[in-house]
Ligand binder design. Structure first.
Ligand code: N01
Length: 536
């Protein structure tokens, strides 16, 4: 029973994929009371905020969605129109889910949680919002996404710019008209690669300010046909089952073969076929691309050759070719016309690695090479990933311990979903869980289902507290670090290792052991009565 209108069994922060599914499970599976707080004015999370031109999902729509774990009927009813869905369609999908499962009524929109404190006397979490509202709950569940705090670099003079400026992650709802404008885009990650071709079609001139070139993979977006839709619906059980059995949460498996075990011709053919099919398949062609430098270089060189084929000016092609990090040690963007954009007369690639940005001026951007005068500045500069938003909430556990203090040298968690000193706190796709190295909805469902089972277990035993043991946490961190060290991922200065944010502790933030392996570990912990946790 709910003692008052502000006391709940669970408070959930965020109403994107994870918050929606968590709310459904809490309410409809467990029969608990729950309140979701969401800073935006609607559901959607990432897909609410990221409305920049060209925003679309880099995972194929038919498996970037909720699975049969949520509803078989929904899978039958919903039809995607494109192979890689655009932002408006994904947002529409999440709005549909929220309506269909009657989730809206328990979500408080336009409300940001600004403090969350654990009270040892009552054994409850107390949260405060920017609207001055207070709520308490037995369980605090963060569903804040991994990429929800934008990174706006502290360039000198940033506020002096007289033109319009935008961050891609906080794009205006009414859109931006670039017609006749001189535009500078800072950043060539997955976002910049999607936005730049679209902006270039409208703008008078676009300066693309690139610090690090990426290995962009062919996107291969196209409309979904009726046959595509039928084939997916006829096979969804198998599709979703496969996503749960693979390391990346995709419905296709990485073959048991290494890149150097096949002839050069065969390897080229395998890469070519994956390239033609588009999407992340190229990363799953061989099982040693992430662990063997020589194997990795074969994929890297295949991709550099594609750049040389596409970009007419050899100097520009070379500048677009990554040389300083192995393939897939930074998240490879998917491109739909990105490289061709550099054959346009109104696009200039600017190397801000060799001639770094010195300051933002009233008129544009000054680099070591000179000033680029523009009307509009677009920051495609990414996010303070994985911990940025958790820290902003102001989470305090036992003895007032601030999560920021506990993680000052880098996150330490048990299974990436809990952390000691913070009882009854669950972090969906938290640091040291597979999260961003997988197809997110599959990772989200695994976490939400695991948390749901855990809460059921507690309630069946009349327990109302769960907290990881420090030694279990240490073991998980050790395992996480050992797995990381076997891969090439630490070689790159990526946001995956926190390198994009000055002063952020360097560590691999997601878990690279694979979602399949991780699932088995989590299931084993549960089967052993929540091994590594104390309950009471
Ligand atoms: O951000 P990023 P993003 N001076 O951090 C540059 C997901 N996503 O928004 O590489 C100059 O990857 C920075 O340069 P460098 C996806 O997981 C998903 O593009 O650090 N440049 C880089 O080029 C992705 O990985 C979809 O040298 C500076 C860029 O800004 C994640 O979001 C679609 C700079 C930032 O790239 C983040 O992607 C889009 C500086 N001071 C994105 N600071 C889907 O399909 C930063 N940069 C689901």
């Amino acid at each position: 029973m709910r003692p008052s209108d502000n006391d709940f069994d669970a408070v959930v922060i965020g109403a994107g994929f994870s918050g929606l599914y968590m709310l459904h499970r809490l309410r409809d599976t467990l029969g608990l009371t729950a309140r979701v707080f969401e800073a935006a004015d609607d559901v959607g999370g990432t897909w609410y905020w990221n409305r920049y031109p060209g925003a679309r999902c880099d995972s194929e729509s038919y498996f970037y969605s909720f699975s049969d774990r949520l509803s078989e009927e929904l899978l039958e009813e919903w039809t995607w129109t494109e192979r890689f869905a655009g932002q408006p369609e994904i947002l529409g999908y999440l709005q549909h889910v929220a309506e269909r499962f009657d989730l809206y009524r328990d979500i408080r929109f336009g409300t940001r949680v600004v403090a969350a404190e654990y009270d040892e006397t009552s054994g409850r979490w107390s949260v405060r919002t920017d609207a001055g509202e207070r709520a308490t709950a037995t369980y605090l569940i963060t569903a804040v996404g991994c990429l929800s705090t934008t990174n706006l670099p502290e360039f000198p003079g940033r506020d002096s710019f007289r033109g319009d400026w935008y961050h891609t992650g906080l794009w205006p709802h009414e859109g931006v008209d670039f017609t006749g404008k001189r535009v500078a885009v800072i950043g060539t990650g997955a976002t910049g690669v999607q936005a730049i071709p679209e902006i270039a079609q409208e703008a008078e001139h676009v300066y693309v300010l690139q610090r690090t070139p990426n290995y962009d993979i062919a996107g291969g977006n196209r409309p979904m046909t009726e046959e595509d839709g039928r084939a997916i619906k006829d096979n969804y059980r198998e599709i979703w089952q496969t996503t749960r059995e693979t390391g990346f949460g995709f419905p296709y498996r990485t073959p048991e073969r290494t890149a150097l075990s096949v002839s050069d011709d065969e390897r080229r053919q395998i890469y070519e076929e994956a390239w033609q099919r588009g999407g992340f398949r190229l990363g799953t062609t061989f099982n040693d691309l992430l662990v063997d430098e020589d194997a990795n270089e074969t994929a890297a060189e295949f991709l550099r050759a594609r750049i040389r084929e596409r970009v007419r000016d050899p100097e520009v092609a070379e500048l677009l070719s990554p040389r300083d990090h192995p393939f897939f040690t930074k998240r490879p963007p998917l491109e739909n016309g990105y490289y061709d954009t550099f054959n346009r007369d109104n696009v200039t690639l600017v190397n801000v690695r060799d001639a770094p940005i010195q300051e933002i001026t009233e008129r544009g951007v000054r680099t070591a090479d000179g000033e680029y005068e523009v009307d509009t500045l677009v920051y495609a500069t990414g996010f303070d990933a994985m911990t940025g938003t958790l820290f902003k909430i102001g989470i305090r556990g036992r003895d007032g311990l601030d999560l920021r203090e506990k993680w000052a040298k880098g996150p330490t968690s048990y299974l990436g979903v809990t952390t000691s000193g913070f009882p009854n706190l669950f972090m969906i796709t938290g640091p040291q869980s597979p999260s961003v190295l997988t197809n997110m909805p599959v990772a989200i469902e695994q976490h939400v289902d695991w948390i749901t089972d855990c809460l059921r277990h507690l309630r069946e035993r009349g327990a109302d507290l769960i907290e990881p043991l420090p030694e279990a946490e240490r073991d998980w961190v050790d395992h996480h670090d050992e797995v990381t060290a076997t891969t090439l991922l630490p070689r790159a200065n990526s946001w995956w290792v926190g390198a994009n944010i000055p002063g952020k502790p360097r560590s691999l933030y997601p878990y690279v052991g694979g979602l399949d392996v991780y699932r088995v570990i989590c299931d084993r912990v549960a089967a052993r009565g929540y091994d590594g946790f104390t309950t009471g």
